[in-house]
Ligand binder design. Structure first.
Ligand SMILES: [Fe+2]
Ligand SMILES: [Fe+2]
Length: 324
């Protein structure tokens, strides 16, 4: 049976050929290409040409943040087990490091858990004017859903495994996505720039963001990540650049993450939270949807580096901790 998946780039609905679409009496094994040309997205009604193969950057996001896994049959037990792990004084970065599905809740509330990951839950809620008790309750509900999801615990996996995961899950897909979205942004700015000058500004910000992110990932893959893997494998501190320790390249990477976060915030602000205007064509909508996907991927990507990989790599500087 085919397992090809195709995603609606407007609303993220996924047509899975292995499942068909029972709500519309579409049986499993019917290929997406064999659906009628006029077939609309069952969730948002978008035309068939708004779909694209799930090899794109959006699938990992969809599966990690939106797929609901098996419900726990005894939620009270789960609640008791996780209540201890969630505290108002735990940093939001640590909350997501413990359980990745919590990222979905924090994103709903607009809480930054990657670059702003050092803030406690209480501080992050206060900054956003949110009731911390309400957010805590949602986090516990997410824990109940995700308790049997089998997420990898990146706080205990080897750093080499975490690096391989970051490169294959975030670096490689986002490179392809950046090139595709750059062409789309150029087209939207050219066609709609007169009526929507903000899209010309979005194009300029995106092009700078793309160039800086490509260079940033190259530095991680060629210098920092091999250095971390070598420190883990040999137990020997590495010398970077002009003779400094690992904290120097990590400082630079953290700073570049902040700059990428600022560019994403600027594009979100200019597009009113990626909301298509009334006169938006299909390309305009796809561009906004794609930018939102890139932002969501970047939050997870940067979170895993800032809050898990880098702090664990810095621990390797202490020889007493290297062999544990
Ligand atoms: Fe990275
Ligand atoms: Fe990075």
């Amino acid at each position: 049976m085919s397992k090809t998946k195709t995603i609606c780039t407007v609303c993220n609905y996924i047509y899975d050929e292995a499942l068909g679409e029972p709500r519309l009496q579409i049986s499993p094994a019917l290929k997406f290409e064999d659906l009628p040309d006029e077939w609309p997205c069952p969730e948002c009604g978008s035309a068939k040409d708004m779909f694209q193969p799930c090899s794109c950057v959006s699938l990992p996001t969809y599966e990690q943040t939106c797929a609901v896994h098996q419900q726990d049959t005894n939620p009270n037990n789960t609640l008791a087990a996780t209540a201890e792990a969630i505290s108002k004084t735990t940093s939001v970065g640590q909350l997501v490091a413990q359980r990745p599905l919590r990222a979905c809740v924090l994103e709903q509330y607009g809480i930054d858990y990657c670059c702003g990951g050092k803030a406690t839950l209480e501080e992050a809620c206060r900054k956003k004017g949110l009731e911390v008790e309400e957010v805590l309750e949602k986090l516990l509900a997410a824990d109940r859903k995700g308790v049997q999801s089998g997420d990898t615990d990146w706080t205990t996996a080897s750093l080499k495994e975490l690096i391989d995961h970051i490169v294959s899950t975030y670096h490689q897909p986002v490179r392809q996505e950046l090139s595709r979205v750059a062409q789309l942004a150029e087209k939207v700015a050219r066609v709609h720039g007169d009526n929507h000058p903000e899209m010309v500004e979005v194009l300029n910000i995106f092009n700078r963001f793309k160039a800086q992110l490509e260079l940033h990932m190259q530095k991680e893959e060629m210098v920092l990540f091999p250095g971390i893997a070598s420190m883990e494998a040999t137990g020997t501190p590495q010398i970077f650049g002009c003779g400094g320790g690992i904290e120097h390249p990590i400082d630079v990477m953290n700073q570049e993450h902040d700059e990428a976060g600022e560019a994403l915030c600027a594009m979100r602000r200019l597009t009113h939270d990626y909301t298509p205007p009334d006169d938006a064509c299909s390309s305009f909508k796809v561009l906004l949807s794609s930018l939102a996907q890139i932002e969501s991927e970047m939050h997870q990507h940067v979170h895993k580096e800032n809050n898990i990989l880098f702090p664990r790599a810095l621990e390797l500087r202490n020889p007493a901790l290297i062999s544990r």
